[in-house]
Design a protein around this ligand. Structure first.
Ligand code: CA
Length: 339
């Protein structure tokens, strides 16, 4: 049901929209307009760059808007498909989920052509954009709910050749930390759909919270460009951490459920340690304070595993079951490739 004026197979630079039918009280024949830029020239890989899968994560949206404006066809070998704000209604509302249908784009796959707006976009990705792509880059951050140590990340996919290429592409982001993560909260994720189609999938968690500092914007923009150079779709010389005078990236993984700490009750979360700090099993990660009963001792949150604090809850106000911390342990590249 999605219409676009873009011809995905035409060389040159095109700017347009994915138009999703959406009828509402003041717009009987209205469309949701999702901006898309396609820049193609000659032979080479097709790389799909996505921002705003969660609407309140603007790092990738800014990086992809810049890339779309600044890139000319002469700099491209192959094809770049750029969608800065995939969940456009959510991005406009500074929300993680779409305000139109309450759906999480990153739980909406495989989607349906007859479903709500979010489901239709997911289905279009699954059936049109993903099959045309060799590499899929989906830029996330913690949004308003979480704050991450800025990192590129990936799933430990079963296929060894795919995993090896994903690891190399992930490391090309040149973040200090790269993170192997597990899905503890549901299915229907965009990266999983792309992985199942055999794509090289590069994802990130670049900070979080409502404010984005300049250095995080730089990590987003410089990392994205470097991954595109690494893939061979964008002209330029690939930067390495060594070439930049930096220590090798630290690889960390959180694959067990206990690495993702959930609030045992509601209250005000106070974190006890800084992002990036080492944690031992049993250490205090934070406390939950009781607004209505300040005389009660706060609930201590203890680490169930050892490693590094890679993510913390961003807002202090916390509900029972919210994720308040993620602890990841260091792994070697060999361990990642052999696991
Ligand atoms: Ca996200």
């Amino acid at each position: 049901m999605i219409h676009t004026s873009i011809d995905l197979d035409r060389p040159g630079k095109q700017q347009g929209f994915l138009q999703v039918p959406y009828s509402h009280d003041l717009g009987g024949w209205a469309n949701v307009m999702v901006p898309i830029t396609v820049i193609a020239r000659g032979s080479g890989p097709t790389v799909l760059c996505l921002g705003g899968n969660h609407g309140d994560e603007y790092q990738g949206q800014v990086a992809i808007m810049r890339l779309a404006r600044e890139t000319t066809p002469e700099q491209v070998s192959g094809r770049l498909i750029l969608v800065p704000s995939l969940n456009m209604p959510a991005a406009k509302a500074a929300k993680r989920l779409s305000p139109l249908d309450g759906m999480n784009m990153n739980r909406a796959f495989p989607g349906s052509p007859e479903g709500p707006v979010t489901s239709q976009i997911a289905h279009y990705l699954k059936t049109v954009l993903l099959p045309k792509s060799d590499v899929v880059i989906d830029i996330h951050s913690g949004g308003r709910s979480m704050e991450f140590l800025p990192c590129s990340h990936m799933h430990l996919v079963a296929d060894r050749a795919q995993r090896t290429r994903m690891l190399a592409a992930m490391l090309a982001w040149n973040t200090d930390v790269s993170f192997l993560y597990a899905d503890i909260a549901g299915s229907g994720l965009l990266p999983v759909e792309a992985e199942n189609q055999g794509k090289i999938v590069v994802t990130t968690e670049l900070g979080g919270g409502e404010g984005i500092s300049a250095h995080v914007h730089r990590i987003a923009q410089r990392g994205l460009r470097n991954v595109l150079v690494h893939c061979g779709v964008l002209a330029g010389r690939e930067e390495t951490r060594e070439g930049l005078g930096l220590a090798p990236a630290r690889l960390v993984q959180a694959l067990a459920r206990e690495d993702y700490i959930l609030a045992p009750e509601s209250g005000i979360f106070e974190v006890a340690i800084d992002l990036g700090a080492p944690v031992d099993r049993g250490d205090t990660v934070g406390w939950i304070h009781h607004l209505e009963r300040p005389d009660r001792e706060p609930e201590r949150i203890a680490a169930a595993s050892a490693g590094t604090l890679v993510c913390m809850r961003a807002p202090c106000l916390t509900s029972q079951g919210d994720c308040v911390a993620v602890i990841a342990r260091e792994v070697s590249r060999d361990e990642v490739l052999r696991a």
